[in-house]
Design a protein around this ligand. Structure first.
Ligand code: ATP
Ligand code: MG
Length: 321
């Protein structure tokens, strides 16, 4: 081999060696960078996990506090309403007795005042009862008392109670009870209360119109359902009102409160009770034309169904298929 070739090979070797060294240095510095970045990531991850743990603890504590506050509020409401009812019951009973006495002695002028006292006390009693029902529902302290319900008897009782209300606004009250609707096994009082609330609303928000209750039986989701449709040809509701419906203490607007009174609890209670009965309430309405409430409950409320009640005032309230 010539000296020239030796020199060339030596230089090539030196070039390769320095290139390898440069590559090794680069690799080392990159590895170091990677190591440092990894360390930073590990630290970040650890601190993130710590923050998530702290946040979760804070949220759990806040939720527990809110639940406890809500429980205490419901308990307070239930106790206060109960305590208020006892003396109020005495006021109503004594004002009835006084009315009879005044009638006996023929004091018509005093009787008018006495009737106002009696009426106001009864109104107060209705409001307190609503608050009591609402707080019981909210505190999930409502119990079911199921029995076989005769639908024609239930309807007759409702008509008796509601006729004066319908007449007051010049409304016609109609009932269409399908022949094959019965039998029904559920909680009679709670069902009556739901229907009363829906029908009394229909009578209240309709003038010189038609209020109709339709009852029939249908099949869905592997069982029989009783469907109660309460329709009216009254003032109706717009989209905004419908969006707020069933919320406790919510009424159409302040003019409705002024004109029609009420507390805005009736529908919230009805939906709570209906869900307790394993059912749902849906609504459709057109302003100026009328409203239609559709309530469906299982024809036979079994113990397991009752035990699986959906929580009160949850968001998803789809009607059964
Ligand atoms: N059939 C109906 N037609 C038109 N509006 C209705 C009807 N039913 C309910 N609403 C509207 O929904 C609101 C809430 O009804 P809800 O029964 O809860 O309360 P309320 O009747 O005002 O008072 P309460 O029932 O507590 O005496 C009513 O104030 C009214 O604005
Ligand atoms: Mg009402």
């Amino acid at each position: 081999m010539s000296e020239l070739e030796d020199g060339l090979r030596l230089r090539q070797l030196q070039r390769e060696r320095s290139a390898r060294k440069a590559a090794e240095t680069l690799l080392e510095s990159k590895s170091l960078e990677l190591y440092l970045a990894n360390q930073q990531l590990l630290q970040l991850n650890a601190s993130l996990e710590q923050r998530v743990r702290e946040r979760t603890q804070e949220l759990v504590a806040a939720r527990d506090q809110a639940l406890e506050a809500s429980r205490i509020k419901s308990q307070f409401l239930a106790t206060v309403s109960h305590e208020l009812r006892t003396p109020l019951h005495a006021v109503i009973s004594y004002s009835e007795m006084l009315l009879e006495d005044l009638q006996d002695v023929g004091l018509e002028r005093l009787m008018q005042d006495q009737r106002k006292i009696h009426g106001a006390a009864q109104h107060l009693q209705t409001l307190i009862n609503e608050l009591l029902d609402f707080s019981k529902l909210e505190a999930a302290r409502m119990e079911l008392d199921n029995e076989t319900i005769e639908l024609d008897e239930l309807v007759a009782n409702l008509l008796d109670t509601l006729s004066p209300l319908a007449e007051q606004n010049g409304n016609r009250l109609e009932v269409r009870l399908a022949e094959d609707a019965g039998p029904l096994y559920s909680d009679r009082l709670k069902l009556s209360q739901c229907l009363y609330n829906l029908l009394s609303n229909a009578c209240k928000f309709t003038e010189h119109g038609l209020v109709c209750l339709e009852i029939h039986r249908e099949r869905g989701a592997g069982q029989d359902w009783l469907s109660f449709t309460v329709s009216d040809s009254g003032i109706g509701m717009d989209e905004a009102q419908l969006g707020r419906l069933f919320q406790p203490f919510s009424q159409g607007d302040s003019s409705i409160t002024r004109k029609y009174g009420g507390t805005g609890l009736g529908l919230a209670i009805s939906r709570g009770l209906c869900e307790l009965l394993g059912g749902t309430i849906a609504v459709s309405s057109t302003p100026g034309q009328g409203s239609c409430f559709l309530m469906r409950i299982p024809a036979e409320l079994t113990t397991t169904q009752a035990a699986q009640q959906t929580p009160l005032f949850q968001e998803d309230h789809d009607a059964p298929a």
